[in-house]
Design a binder for this molecule. Structure first.
Ligand code: 6GU
Length: 226
């Protein structure tokens, strides 16, 4: 997979990709992540990428011209299945959306200011708008990092145990069951004995039951029909 990210704050979004699972996915060439500084596509000598809103009002909007130049330059080389704009009023990111995006070859992601971008960008360049939740962030960068993380970890070969993505919370609309590691007893707190029993079938049944219980208790809206 190839992911291109357009931002006017490149350093804000570099670090999340420089660690752990995503860093390894990049090193193993399962994904290529390219960050593009919008300022490099500015047209005036001040490298201006935002301007005041027509009609008045507070805040600055990202201008269409640098964005169009940047997207055009990228599109001349790469065929993107989706051109995503990170926006608080976009479609809510779900595990289902991450699964679907993980099947694509090339994604282009545009991060905006919190006041947003010129509406003509949304109308003419963007194929999909994504939000990571019902709260407002100061820009799209952190949201883009969340989106990319949720997608890249699903790419084949990225997680060492290939089944572990399938047992995540939210796959199958279930919350993951409780999990334990050594020691078996800590200050009198015991690990459920079934997990130490070695009975694979019994363990699987226990985990499924706990996953159902947890989902009902914590996130009943996720419910599949039990
Ligand atoms: Cl994608 N952007 C911003 N600015 N705020 C958000 C968001 C995105 N998702 C939730 N809040």
């Amino acid at each position: 997979m190839r992911v291109d990210i357009i931002t006017c704050l490149p350093s804000l979004i570099e670090s999340p990709f420089a660690h752990s699972i995503i860093q390894r996915a990049i090193a193993q060439e399962k994904v290529e992540i390219n960050i593009h500084d919008l300022r490099a596509y500015a047209t005036n000598k001040h490298r201006q990428v935002d301007d005041a809103v027509y009609g008045g009002g507070a805040g600055m909007l990202l201008m269409i011209e640098p964005i169009a130049r940047c997207i055009d330059a990228l599109r001349a080389k790469v065929n993107y299945q989706e051109v995503i704009y990170m926006a608080p009023d976009g479609e809510l990111l779900t595990q289902g959306m991450a699964n679907q995006l993980s099947l694509q070859e090339n994604l282009l992601i545009l991060c905006g200011h919190y006041k947003g971008i010129d509406e003509r960008v949304r109308a003419h360049f963007i194929t999909r708008e994504v939000s990571i939740g019902n709260y407002v962030l100061s820009g799209g960068e952190l949201a883009a990092a969340v989106l990319v993380d949720s997608v890249v970890r699903l790419l084949p070969g990225v997680l060492s145990d290939s089944t572990s993505a399938l047992t995540d919370s939210f796959q199958e609309d279930l919350i993951a069951p409780p999990a334990y590691t050594r020691p078996a007893i800590f200050r009198g707190m015991e690990v459920p004995p079934v997990l130490l029993s070695g009975h694979e079938k019994a363990i699987e049944a226990w985990r499924y039951e706990k996953a159902l219980e947890r989902t009902k208790e914590r996130r009943p809206e996720l419910g599949i029909n039990y």
